[in-house]
Design a binder for this molecule. Structure first.
Ligand code: KIV
Ligand code: ZN
Length: 512
């Protein structure tokens, strides 16, 4: 049997550091449950010292999941490690992940510490974390730009102190596959006790090389890959889980290792992350992009019809993207809906299912076929957003070639109904102005984009907005067969997310 590569998913920690990707505790829990179904070995659930919200989310996830290792991130201070332990101590399999930078540039300008002091801090942190649990990961931040021999010295000391995994991050996405692979080999050859720990890699995508670097590192001997769904993460993102897993699956002879991933949950997990974070997957994104399996050229279509292997190196079904996707219509029953939603990552209570079923029937009356994307919208808007401060109750718009665009809007704000009207340059502008007046928001609209969720003129339109206020950035999403209503929903969703961010401040997350 081939050697196993451990899949360490950090969508909930590094992924959440994507601008505007903050998730609330309920969303994080839902995603963690989906990640367990997907079969990741470790979930890095958060950075508890960063905020109370993070601590709460990590401890809820730790209390809920039974199979997966739950990791919490901590700097090397005792306070951080205490918080991390507080969050994961109820997990069946807890891990504390502590880190400190090892590159000279970080030591001189950020930490203002000598190399010896950093080694001491690493040893102290690992020993202290070890007093709580056996499973300790140590990361050498900016490892790829660190002096090789010093890196080996730090790893040796961390392992000696009790680290069971040592991680070599390419924190700034600077590495090139060949060099990174050489570095991994060097570390394996020059860290005397490396056989007592798992060597992990963690890559960022600043040069678009995160997946290539991770694969090169695995080929060179690394046995843990740190990844996120859809590659979301700080700046240009992290290594994407689906790319690494499918590369290993598709080319088993090139890198003869396996993972524990249930690949049929890749696509539903990708959709779930996109729906929760509001970050759209680019259409040409490898594996999970809308065009990843779409053949446009006639010559390709002809080949695929004759034999899919002519132009397809993977089967769409392998990642859970069935070509005969279940299309539900108004005659579909509750049971089919429940089963299908479960596969998409939504395990609903009876009460929630009733609500979704009702909305599904309403949509099926307007639209002949209800597809996965429609269902996701119903669930995220109808169920996951029930605790929002602002809710849209009513929207009426007049617009056209000869009238001034006007909108009248009724909102519920903390369960109290308010209504008002406004005008604008166009119908969307009128809707946004009216909502802004009613909510009294001081946020600024930074971005607005519209797309169709599925093909056809009866498709749902999807609007994404990006709002900013006093340094906080939030994304909002809304979908509806009526694009103006979708815009209103997206704006309200963004405002709710901003409110959430105001009450769940993230402390010092920028240090990472
Ligand atoms: O990119 C990085 O170095 C990190 C560490 C905290 C592992 O995210
Ligand atoms: Zn990172």
């Amino acid at each position: 049997m081939s050697e196993r590569v451990i899949i360490f998913d950090t969508t909930l920690r590094d992924g959440e550091q994507s601008p505007g990707a903050s998730m609330n505790t309920g969303e994080k829990l839902r995603l963690a449950i989906q990640l367990e179904k997907l079969g990741v070995d470790i979930i890095e659930a958060g950075f508890p010292a960063a905020s109370e919200g993070d601590l709460d989310a990590v401890s809820q996830i730790a209390g809920k999941l039974k199979k997966t290792v739950i990791a919490a991130l901590a700097r090397t201070s005792r306070e951080d490690i205490d918080q991390a332990w507080l969050a994961v101590k109820h997990a069946v399999k807890p891990r504390i992940h502590t880190f400190i930078a090892t590159s000279d540039i970080h030591l001189e300008y950020k930490l203002k510490m000598s190399r010896d002091e950093v080694v001491e801090a690493a040893i102290e942190a690992v020993k202290y974390a070890k007093s709580f649990t056996n499973d300790i990961e140590f990361s050498a931040e900016d490892g790829s730009r660190s002096d090789r021999d010093y890196l080996c010295r730090v790893f040796e000391a961390a392992i000696e102190a009790g680290a069971t995994t040592v991680n070599l991050p390419d924190t700034v996405g600077y590495a090139i596959p060949e060099d990174y692979s050489e570095l991994v080999k060097y570390v394996i050859e020059h860290t005397p006790n490396i056989h007592k720990a798992v060597l992990s890699v963690h890559c960022h995508n600043d040069l678009g090389l995160a997946t290539a670097n991770t694969l090169a590192a695995i080929k060179a001997g690394a046995r843990q890959a740190e990844v996120t769904i859809n590659g979301i993460g700080e700046r240009a993102g992290n290594t994407s889980l689906e790319e690494v897993v499918m590369a290993l699956n598709t080319r088993p002879n090139y890198i003869p290792v396996s993972t524990g991933i249930n690949t049929q949950y890749i696509y539903p997990s990708s959709r779930l992350v996109s729906m929760i974070t509001g970050i759209i997957v680019q259409p040409n994104k490898a594996i999970v992009g809308a065009n990843a399996f779409a053949h446009e050229a006639g010559i390709h279509q002809d080949g695929v019809l004759k034999n899919p292997m002519t132009y397809e190196i993977m089967k769409p079904e392998t990642i859970g993207l069935s070509t005969n996707r279940l299309v539900l219509g108004k005659h579909s029953g509750r049971h089919a809906l429940r089963t299908h939603l479960k596969d998409l990552g939504y395990d609903l209570s009876d009460e929630e299912l009733n609500l979704v079923f009702k909305k599904f029937k309403e949509l099926a009356d307007k639209k002949k076929h209800v597809v996965d994307e429609d269902l996701e919208v119903i669930v995220t808007e109808g169920i996951l957003r029930t605790k929002d401060i602002f809710r849209l109750e009513y929207l009426h718009v007049t617009a056209g070639t000869t009238v001034l665009p006007m909108a009248s809007v009724k909102l519920s704000i903390n369960d109290r109904s308010v209504q008002g009207a406004g005008y604008g340059n166009g119908p969307i502008d009128a809707v946004f102005n009216s909502i802004a007046k009613l909510t009294g928001t001081e946020s600024e609209l930074l971005r607005f984009s519209v797309s169709a969720l599925t093909g056809g003129t009866d498709a749902q339109g999807e609007v994404t907005v990006r709002l900013g206020e006093n340094g906080l950035i939030a994304l909002g999403k809304g979908a509806d067969p009526d694009i103006i209503t979708a815009g209103g929903k997206a704006y309200i969703n963004g405002l709710n997310r901003l409110e959430y961010l105001k009450t769940h401040p993230v402390k010092e997350a920028a240090v990472l």
